[in-house]
Design a protein around this ligand. Structure first.
Ligand SMILES: [Ca+2]
Ligand SMILES: [Ca+2]
Ligand SMILES: [Ca+2]
Length: 152
């Protein structure tokens, strides 16, 4: 093996361990704030279109990272959970039931059948359930060590 080949291998390995341009790295994830506004389903499809998914944040540390990230933004933000199958039984889109939660006071209230999870500006970006057909900004997430192609 030549030195050049080893160097190239190291560069390739390293480049796969970075978040794409514009994404923020935290722990084992890369996060992207999308300013366009879509309903929850279209937002999930938009994330999937860039080899990601709506953010699924299952720890206090990740939730606080996102809240801090949004403190420089405006509006409300979809993330990746619903209770549309069984009312009150919240699941991340990947299938996991909620463990850690960060609900705003008096939420979730299911007002007029709210089945999708947003980070709610009015309550300092704590969690709120809202109607899935409302258009909002959204946060995509992909794995930091993802083997999926890096989108530049
Ligand atoms: Ca419902
Ligand atoms: Ca609900
Ligand atoms: Ca609500």
């Amino acid at each position: 093996m030549t030195v050049g080949f080893i160097l190239l291998s190291v560069i390739i390995a390293f480049s796969h361990a970075l978040c794409p341009n514009g994404w923020r790295h935290f722990q084992d994830s890369c996060f992207l704030t999308k300013q366009e506004t879509l309903n929850w389903n279209d937002a999930q499809h938009a994330c999937q279109g860039i080899n990601a998914r709506l953010a699924e944040v299952q720890t206090h540390a990740k939730v606080e990272f996102l809240r801090n990230m949004l403190s420089k933004e405006d509006g409300d933000w979809w993330i990746g959970a619903k209770d549309d199958v069984t009312e009150g039984q919240w699941r991340w889109a990947s299938g996991e039931l909620f463990d850690y939660t960060d609900w705003a006071p008096n939420e979730p209230n299911n007002d007029h059948d709210q089945d999708c999870l947003q980070m709610f500006k009015t309550d300092q970006y704590h969690w709120d359930d809202d109607r899935c057909d409302v258009a909002k900004h959204f946060i995509c997430e992909k794995g930091f060590n993802s083997t999926l192609p890096v989108i530049g």
